[in-house]
Ligand binder design. Structure first.
Ligand code: NAP
Length: 248
């Protein structure tokens, strides 16, 4: 196990990529805390992951919640080795119709939430620690209707560079992971049948050079790599895991 006795915090760890990463980090021996806004989803995740997992309810765009998150991690672990700043929102924001409230919502969660999540836990981060920021393949392409999602994820990509430089004296590495289209609840519409979702996944998969959407477990494998000493010479970098979508 590569992460034996390391402590890890995953924001948005109750679903999708965050939940798969919690599973993978635990498998590698890490002690894990997960966050999210919905208590029921957190409890369901803990029931699956194991009763030793710390669950913390809170919204990453709320600075009081982030302080509570930091205090809960401090009380349980006393320090932190790994942060996966993963919580994020993906919604369409067509230029002609997007309103100010939607602008604020996406920027508050994806940009402000990521920045202040890192700030909140910094006092707990130990030397040799690893911070992983979840960006997106969309940070480097011009997809219609995705202006704010793409810009917010480009900001997150940029944070990985500046934070890496800023935290270098503390020997904390910061890198970004950049998923392509991954089959998670983020892509599911409420009430959508499994059949309708499969048809959607096939349509999206056909746009990917590898011919399919990705799996959350595939991104989690990248998170484990970035969290561990196997990636010890990576700093301020972006690990693209998108089936070739933004590259070919
Ligand atoms: N799936 C993809 O195709 C894809 C591609 C590129 C990048 N990403 C990025 O990957 C990350 C995870 O996405 P996913 O696909 O795994 O989505 P998901 O299955 O919908 O999971 C999102 C997680 O984040 C939590 N969350 C959302 N907003 C939050 C907030 N304001 N404060 C705290 N927690 C919050 C959710 O729990 P609650 O709802 O209970 O808060 C949930 O645990 C996001 O940053 C997303 O932009 C996803």
């Amino acid at each position: 196990m590569t992460l034996q006795d390391k402590t890890a915090l995953i924001t948005g760890g109750s679903s999708g990529i965050g939940l798969a990463s919690a599973r993978a980090l635990r498998r590698e021996g890490a002690l894990v805390a997960i966050t999210g806004r919905r208590r029921d989803a957190l409890e369901a995740a803990r029931a699956e992951l194991g009763s030793d997992v710390l669950i913390i309810e809170g919204d990453v765009s709320n600075l009081d919640d982030l302080q509570r998150m930091r205090d809960a991690v401090d009380a349980k672990f006393g320090h932190l080795d790994i942060l996966f700043a993963n919580a994020g929102l993906a919604i369409a924001t067509p230029l002609e119709t997007c309103d100010e409230a939607t602008y604020s919502r996406i920027m508050d969660i994806n940009v402000k939430g990521t920045f202040f999540t890192v700030q909140a836990v910094l006092p707990l981060m130990r030397e040799g620690g690893s911070i992983i920021l979840n960006t997106s393949w969309l940070n480097q392409v011009g997809a219609p209707g995705r202006a704010l999602l793409s810009a917010s994820k480009a900001a997150v990509r940029s944070f990985a560079r500046t934070m890496a430089a800023e935290l270098l004296p503390r020997r904390i590495r910061v890198n970004a992971i950049s998923p392509g289209s991954i089959e998670t609840p983020l892509h599911r519409q409420s009430g959508q049948s499994e059949e309708a979702f499969r048809a959607y996944a096939e349509r999206v998969g056909a746009q990917v050079p590898m011919g399919r959407m990705g799996r959350a477990e595939e991104i989690a494998a990248g998170v484990v790599f970035l969290a561990s000493d196997a990636s010890s010479y990576m700093l301020g970098a972006e690990m693209v895991m998108d089936g070739g979508r933004a590259e070919l």
